[in-house]
Each structure stands twice: as C-alpha cells, then as structure tokens.
Design a protein around this ligand. Structure first.
Ligand SMILES: Cc1cc2nc3c(=O)[nH]c(=O)nc-3n(C[C@H](O)[C@H](O)[C@H](O)COP(=O)(O)O)c2cc1C
Length: 190
C-alpha cells in the first residue's frame, strides 16, 4: 500500500472508472432480495464466468454463500430509482414495486429477473475469494436474456446516461474506399 493514501482518494480515483449498474438478485424462500452493485466484471469465456465483489457487511454476502445461485440484472437508463432503492440497507424489500417500480419474473430455478433490465445473467456460484473487506464471488453463467435499450451509468458518484459514440481514426477519415473488401493489411472491413 502507498503510504498516506487515504480511502477517499482511492474512492475518487475509482470513481473515474465509469461503469454500468447492476442489481444482484437472490431468491430467499419466495422473497426477492436485491443489492445494487457495480463491482461486476466478465472473467472467462471458457467456462463462462463473471465476478461480483460484495462487502462483508452486506446482507447479500451471506445470501450468496447460502443460496449459491443469483441473478445479475444490468440496469437500463430509466432504472435509477431501482438502483437507489437496492443501495439502501432496508430490512425487507416488500415495497420495491411501490417505491421503485421493481417487478420480477422467475427463472426455472426461482432466481428473480428484473423487468425492464437491459440484460440478465443467470449465475451459479463457483468460488468465493476473500479480498480485504470484500469477497469476490465468481460464478458460472448458465443463461442470459438481452434486451434493446440504453444503460444506466455511474461515474464520479453520479448517475449518467450514455453519450455520443467517440469516432475512431477510420470514421474520422470517412468511409473506406471499398466496403467489405480486404484492405492492404489483409483485414476485412465489417
Ligand atoms: C452505484 C452503486 C454501486 C454499488 N456497488 C456495490 C458493490 O459492487 N459491492 C457492494 O458490496 N456494495 C455496493 N454498493 C453498496 C450496496 O448496494 C449497499 O451497501 C446495500 O445497502 C447492501 O445491501 P444488502 O445489505 O441488502 O446486501 C453499491 C451502491 C451503489 C449506489
């Protein structure tokens, strides 16, 4: 650790890394438990693995260890109230629909799928690695649902929506002379 680095500085630096926002969902004997998380990443293509980092103090931490099956719901642009709702340490989530408009379907295994999310990943826990005050939960992705739409983003502790595409060199120069034909480097334009 760098001497003198304050947690607030670390947090500020990490806040520069723009992310999407997810809700981790777990079935608790018929009740839906959800937690807002952005420490989520793709890990492996073979097998298909993702990770999510969960604070030891979060109730979700115990639930993931106990249930070993969970959903990752990638939020759409209009779902900020759902992110805020599931970031609050409330005792139950009985009023999720009235307060945040969160409604759920169920997978065949009973895992809750959030209505209107941009994507859903059905996850089975593979391993859990302790890392400081968090645990890295690594899970195999058994199924996905993908929908059209724009994502909710989180950047410097603020919710954002996606902006314009940043043009690459090729786009700046205009269209390639012959679309879809192999160029001098043997690369094919797509
Ligand atoms: C945008 C955002 C992202 C968050 N990401 C995480 C995360 O990746 N891991 C985590 O443990 N907590 C994260 N949190 C905090 C949890 O959502 C919060 O502590 C929640 O109350 C825990 O719920 P639980 O105790 O019901 O599990 C995040 C909060 C926000 C607003």
């Amino acid at each position: 650790m760098v001497m003198g680095l304050a947690p607030a500085e670390f947090r500020e630096a990490m806040g520069c890394f723009a992310t999407g926002v997810t809700i981790v969902t777990v079935d608790l004997d018929g009740e839906v438990h959800g937690m807002t998380a952005n420490a989520f990443a793709s890990v492996s293509m073979d097998p298909l693995l993702i990770l999510v980092c969960v604070d030891h103090r979060a109730r979700t931490h115990a639930h993931l260890h106990a249930k070993k099956r969970f959903g990752i719901n990638i939020l759409a642009e209009g779902q900020r109230p759902i992110s805020e709702y599931y970031a609050r340490p409330v005792y139950t989530h009985e009023r999720a629909e009235q307060e945040a408009g969160a409604r759920f379907d169920r997978t065949a295994q009973g895992t809750p799928i959030l209505h209107g999310a941009l994507a859903y990943l059905d996850c089975r826990l593979q391993s859990a690695q302790e890392a400081g005050d968090h645990t890295i939960f690594i899970a195999e992705v058994e199924n996905v649902v993908v929908r059209q739409g724009e994502p909710l983003l989180f950047f410097r502790a603020q919710y954002r929506k996606i902006g314009k595409e940043v043009a690459g060199e090729r786009q700046k120069k205009g269209p390639a002379p012959s679309e879809g034909v192999a160029g001098p480097e043997g690369l094919t334009d797509v």
